[in-house]
Design a protein around this ligand. Structure first.
Ligand code: CAA
Length: 255
């Protein structure tokens, strides 16, 4: 792992992007490593939640501009560097971004691609690609349009000015704002709370919520019903309902 440092805190896998000297600019190799690390965590049963974080100064300052500066449109089309980002959406376990410092361009898109975001109070979110004569390519227009609506998305994308953690919180992009030094610990704590929940139910809930952003209400409701019925095949659902009846704490085992 050239660009990441990874450790487990109990059931929570903490993946830190550690290319600090370049403010965690997301070059091709780094993103490949990150996707591989997320997918590995997704398959390891002892891991119940994943935290993605960066350094004190930058979560990530975007795609690596040096790597793109001389590329032609054909190079970019053939490289198709943002396709691999779709695999982040394919991770089934809860993914929590712990954002300190700059989350710009691809860094902001990475935070938006995570399920939950804990922001340090000094975090700055933004899509400054327009200032490079570009636009977001790793999901920024789609995430922001869906989550903020047209007008607020266009203002952020057209002006390219960063917003503070508090502003991102007010816009609903962030779950919590905490002191910078508490950011990773808070994300891990949230991961540990999720780790106590029944994993198959968490997975089905994630699938249904993402479906809601992607489909009609009728199709979404149908998908939700089917996922709900499916959970009756899990022992955890049996355990959860029995524990309620017996007035005890359930012990979820992940199947
Ligand atoms: N790509 C490549 N290198 C980057 C980088 C990036 N996105 N962001 C920072 N760096 C490098 C700098 O070149 C610098 O390297 P050197 O020390 O070798 O000169 C080092 O990281 C430190 O950066 P700065 O000296 O610029 O630090 P600063 O504190 O003065 O400024 C900043 C911080 C405002 C975040 C500034 O670095 C900046 O504006 N970075 C670019 C942000 C940006 O435009 N991101 C969008 C990229 S395009 C994209 O992401 C497309 C997409 O949709 C995925």
């Amino acid at each position: 792992m050239a660009y990441l440092s990874i450790h487990d805190d109990g059931p929570v896998r903490v993946i830190r992007i550690a290319r600090d000297e370049r403010l965690n600019a997301l070059n091709l190799a780094l993103v490949d490593e990150l996707v591989a690390a997320l997918e590995a965590a997704d398959t390891e049963t002892q891991v119940r939640a994943i935290v993605v974080t960066g350094g004190d100064k930058a979560f990530a300052a975007g795609a690596d501009i040096a790597e793109m500066a001389d590329a032609t449109a054909v190079d970019m089309k053939l490289r198709d560097q943002f396709r691999v980002w779709d695999r982040i959406r394919g991770v089934h376990k809860p993914v929590i971004a712990a954002v300190r410092g700059f989350a710009l361009g691809g860094g902001c898109e990475l935070a938006l691609a995570c399920d939950l975001v804990i922001a340090g109070e000094g975090a700055k979110f933004g899509q400054p690609e327009v200032k490079l004569g570009l636009m977001p390519g790793a999901g920024g227009t789609q995430w922001l349009a869906r989550r903020l609506g047209k007008a607020r998305a266009l203002e952020l994308l057209w002006l390219g000015e960063p917003i503070t953690a508090q502003e991102a919180m007010a816009l609903g992009l962030v779950n919590r704002v905490v002191p910078d030094e508490a950011c990773v610990a808070e994300a891990v704590e949230l991961g540990k709370r999720l780790a106590e929940m029944p994993p198959v139910a968490l997975r089905c809930i994630k699938e249904a919520v993402y479906q809601a952003m992607d489909t009609t209400l009728a199709d979404g409701l149908e998908a939700e019903r089917n996922l709900f019925y499916l959970l009756f095949a899990t022992e955890d659902a049996r355990e959860g309902m029995r524990a309620f009846m017996e007035r005890r704490t359930p012990a979820f085992r992940g199947h």
